[in-house]
Design a protein around this ligand. Structure first.
Ligand SMILES: C[C@H](O)[C@H](O)[C@H]1CNC2=NC(N)=NC(=O)C2=N1
Length: 108
């Protein structure tokens, strides 16, 4: 099986079904960090940093990947952490793209 971090986000036409909990659990096992699932619609992880400068630099790197993959997380930048939330808006839930992005962000 290809590693998630090596996959590319595929354009989502909005026709696919959001992932259900069993598949979500399987994808979670493939992530390096311990992402939390919210309502089976969003995954979230809070990345800790030493200071605001590092938080900002991380957020910029996440933005770079998001633009490259055309899949965009919600980011909340704090003094010493960045909260990352991923969901596929087009289907109102989780798709493989969210886990591909999470895997790439885990590698930063
Ligand atoms: C056309 C383009 O692929 C879509 O608008 C993308 C852009 N980024 C996106 N990001 C996220 N998180 N969900 C989406 O459904 C989404 N759609």
């Amino acid at each position: 099986m290809l590693l998630l971090k090596e996959q590319k986000c595929e354009p989502c036409n909005g026709n696919e079904e959001p992932l259900k909990s069993e598949k979500i659990e399987k994808y979670l096992e493939r992530l390096k960090n311990d992402w939390n699932v919210i309502d089976n619609k969003t995954i979230k992880y809070s990345f800790p940093f030493e200071n605001f400068k590092r938080s900002m630099a991380f957020a910029q790197e996440v933005a770079r990947i998001a633009e490259k993959e055309d899949h965009h997380p919600d980011l909340c930048i704090h003094y010493k952490s960045v909260d990352v939330e991923l969901s596929t808006h087009a289907i109102g839930g989780l798709s493989e793209n969210d886990f591909i992005m999470a895997a790439k962000i885990d590698e930063l």
